[in-house]
Design a protein around this ligand. Structure first.
Ligand code: MSP
Length: 514
């Protein structure tokens, strides 16, 4: 029996519309969640919106809204986008929920009670867009943010600090002892490189007078919690690991209570790896909670050479692509095209190439197989002990599982597509149209058709996590009520299944001209 899985996406800022970058992270996590469910693991998949902090407050003011009005609207926009993209999340968290605020308050109190917090004067530069503090040496030319290149603000104020530096050695030890804690290795090395410098303490508060849209510190309500600390805690809130109502020693810190924590995997873009791989684990250590089991930092979707981002006004709207090609083609493109961990460029041409792969290889195979069974066997799927394609199918299953478990999703999808290519070649080699002309070769034809149907059934199972709707349709045309699980796909009984000749799975479409 597989164990339980708890997977998370970042929670997205409620200040902007969802775009392909957000969609990619969320789809990647969705594919993994569906894969784990398929293998029988009890799975919890968390996503949501990050709703506190000056960035949200300023955007709301710009639009003439209160912060919560903006958050309500944007949380709705993200939920709609995830519905359209067929995201199977189990929980959508919003950091303005009372339950979450209570957990953040409990964390802050715990850090304070355990002596991990002190008050000090802060002098430095702040980038509101990235919600990050920078020191002078970090800044770009003309006092700009090194990440987004916007002007930064110089700030001098009293803050509360978390003694992050005291956990540096433990963190380095953890990363060194667990080579696959941060995936891929290139990102792990970056974090280790960063940790070669002395780690500074982390400012975890903002004065109410400057930032009012946040969670007040329980030990000094004149200050609100730094939005990143508030945001990271969402992963624990949604796991049920902390009961803020309980007595301090029974809340779940130090002595765990039954919950989904620790997360098996935090998925995110490389832009927010430091917060997840440095701030977050040290906060967890200080609160005596287990660390997440793995952190996957994927690359960026670029347009040309530049990161796609709202501020650069070069974002691709995933919903517009759905309108022309359907949701599954968008999911396929994003996961198939970007090697997990590297950057990739979005171009309409590549989108079409990947779509053609679906229609020419998989769609073509499905339509050939179902129409031959309809034509030659009147839609009744023949049974046959013949083992055509058995080796290729078994191998594809094994490779697919290994790649998925190793978080190399693009390779897993590649392995499935290779199997479809093999199956198309098998059709050419076996020439079922010739077998059909000769009544004496009826057993050969049965074997060809049964082998192809078996292979297509496995393909439906392999591709279901990435294309749930289309693979449901494919399973239906193969006479199955639903897509079988990976374990069952190879042995799903063939005899007596009624095969229908469906409409093309991936019909040819033209992108509207720009
Ligand atoms: N609110 C924080 C996250 C807090 S998690 C405790 C945040 N939000 S965000 O809205 O800016 O989303 C950032 C995430 O969106 C990235 O980590 C990445 O997952 C995704 N992407 C945003 N732009 C992207 C690309 N151009 N390409 C790929 N993914 C990117 O940061």
């Amino acid at each position: 029996m597989s164990r339980r899985r708890y997977l998370t996406t970042p929670i997205y800022y409620a200040s902007g519309e969802p775009h392909i970058g957000h969609a990619y992270t969320t789809i990647l996590t969705d594919v993994l969640a569906r894969f784990h469910r398929q293998t029988g693991a009890e799975t919890r998949f968390l996503t949501g919106t990050d709703e506190h902090g000056p960035k949200i407050a300023e955007e709301a003011a710009r639009r003439g809204l209160t912060p919560i009005e903006l958050c309500d609207r944007m949380a709705g926009r993200f939920r709609e986008a995830w519905d359209e993209l067929d995201i199977s999340f189990d929980r959508f968290i919003r950091t303005t929920e009372a339950d979450h605020i209570a957990v953040v308050t409990a964390f802050l109190q715990r850090l304070h009670d355990k002596g991990h917090i002190y008050k000090d004067r802060y002098l430095g530069w702040y980038c509101i867009h990235e919600e990050r503090y920078w020191t002078e040496k970090d800044l770009g030319p003309g006092e700009t943010c090194p990440d987004c290149r916007r002007p930064v603000r110089q700030i001098e104020e009293v803050n509360y600090f978390f003694r992050m530096s005291t956990f540096q050695e433990r963190l380095v030890g953890h990363i060194e002892a667990n080579p696959d804690w941060i995936i891929p290795a290139v990102r792990r090395n970056e974090v280790l490189g960063f940790l070669q410098q002395p780690l500074e303490d982390l400012s975890i508060s903002r004065p109410q007078s400057r930032v009012s849209w946040g969670v007040p510190l329980p030990f000094d309500p004149e200050h609100v919690c730094y939005v990143w600390v508030d945001a990271l805690i969402n992963y624990v809130t949604a796991s049920g690991a902390i009961d803020p109502e309980a007595a301090p020693d029974e809340q779940g810190f130090g002595a765990p209570i039954e919950s989904w924590w620790p997360a098996d995997l935090h998925v995110m873009g490389k832009d927010i790896l430091t917060t997840h791989a440095v701030y977050w684990p040290t906060i967890l250590m200080a609160c005596e909670l287990e660390l997440p089991r793995h952190i996957l930092a994927h690359g960026w979707w670029l347009v040309g050479e530049t990161k796609m981002s709202k501020s650069l006004q070069n974002v691709v709207d995933p919903l517009a692509l759905i309108a022309t090609h359907g949701v599954d083609a968008v999911r396929w493109y994003l996961v198939r095209e970007m090697p997990t961990g590297s950057d990739a460029s979005y171009t309409p041409e590549r989108f079409l190439t990947r779509y053609d792969e679906l229609s020419n290889v998989l769609g073509n195979l499905a339509s050939r197989v179902t129409s031959m069974i309809a034509r030659y066997r009147d839609g009744a799927l023949p049974d046959s002990a013949g083992q055509g394609l058995a080796t290729e199918t078994g191998e594809a299953l094994g490779r697919y599982r290994d790649f998925m478990n190793g978080l190399r999703l693009h390779r897993a999808l590649g392995a499935a597509m290779d199997l479809a290519r093999h199956a198309n070649r098998y059709v050419e080699e076996r020439e079922p149209w010739a077998q059909a002309r000769d009544p004496e070769r009826a057993p050969d034809l049965d074997e060809t058709l049964a082998s192809l149907a078996r292979c297509l059934t496995v393909l439906a199972a392999l591709l279901e996590p990435v294309m749930p709707a289309k693979m449901g349709v494919l399973a239906g045309t193969l006479g199955l009520a639903r897509v079988p699980t990976l374990d069952r796909a190879l042995d799903a009984p063939l005899a007596g299944r009624a095969v229908t000749r469906g409409k093309p799975l991936f019909p040819r479409v033209r992108l509207p001209s720009a």
